[in-house]
Write a protein that binds this ligand. Sequence first.
Ligand code: PLP
Length: 367
Amino acid sequence: GSSQSALNFGAGPAKLPREVLAEVQDEILSYQNTGMSLMEMSHRSKEYGKINKSAQDSIRELLKVPDNYKILFIQGGGLGAFAAVAMNFMSRTGKADYAVTGTWSGKAAKEAEKYGDVNLVFPKLEKPGSIPDQSTWTLRPDASYFYYCDNETVDGVEFPYIPETNGVPIVVDMSSNIMTRKVEVSKFGCIFGGAQKNIGPAGVVVVIVRDDLLGAAMKVCPTVFNFTLVHKDNSVLNTPATFSVYVMEKVLQWIKQHGGVENMETQSGRKSGLLYETIKTSGNFYSCPINENCRSRINVPFRVGGPQGDEDLEAKFLEEAEKRYMYQLKGHRSVGGIRASLYNAITFEDVALLVKFMKEFQAQHQK
Ligand code: PLP
């Protein structure tokens, strides 16, 4: 039960701004003098109605979402959205193209195979860490949509560009980098992202969808995943994750108060730049397996004790890190090593402390 706030580098659910959590704490027993907690209120109350609208308005403002895009909140997590996008968009031609650059786009392609003909635009990578050149991709002009994951949370691969698809609508998973950089929304058919990394607690997924793509859901599509119906009922078609949306709304206000997405992008460049520089100048004591042209600004995987990683040393690294209140630095079980996630609530100072520790650890343990 330490009251010192942890340096939480977890991949998600992840650190949230302390100011936001303090505000939630202030309101937990009585939301705006109602004598009720927000979590005890009807999703059809005027209080929740305001939160629902403010959250949507804030997303529109922060990402400069054009008017012909709808903003929805659904449940079911990122994994639910993998199925939802297929069921909402694949019926036009029964075909969809997927770029699999890592764990999550791989799972999304698998999920979509249940609903139609899925083509991988490049063969399965032996090891994630690079994005094959676009000129080698096999994009089908009659695909209902093209899908990719903007930031692979597990593998640490982030797209440095928006793919060119010659008019085929693009569906993108931004679960781990939404609101960390500016986005040209008009290039997309649909953007989705779970809240639990950069913008709130688990339980809500933000969906931004171009309105001409609505109205085509498959018959089998569950009502709660039917974007057309969810939009028609303004994301209160059934009971939403009201508490999650409530906290998310506050995080969105926090982003606005902290320079918007523009500043989040600047900070994310500074934070990841410092960490990658530390890795690069460590003489291979630390190493990152990802190609420099697609390294994630958000999830930074690295090995300790040489490019293959020394597992004993990595265990020691994690143990020593925890003594300094640095938590959740263990790499995903499928990848091993270390992973530092640098979401919006992580400050430059947090990363500077991590880097300071890394240098001391190296000085102590380098053979
Ligand atoms: N997409 C990305 C990029 C993720 O990082 C994750 C989870 O970490 C998911 C999808 C799956 O999200 P969920 O666990 O909410 O289903």
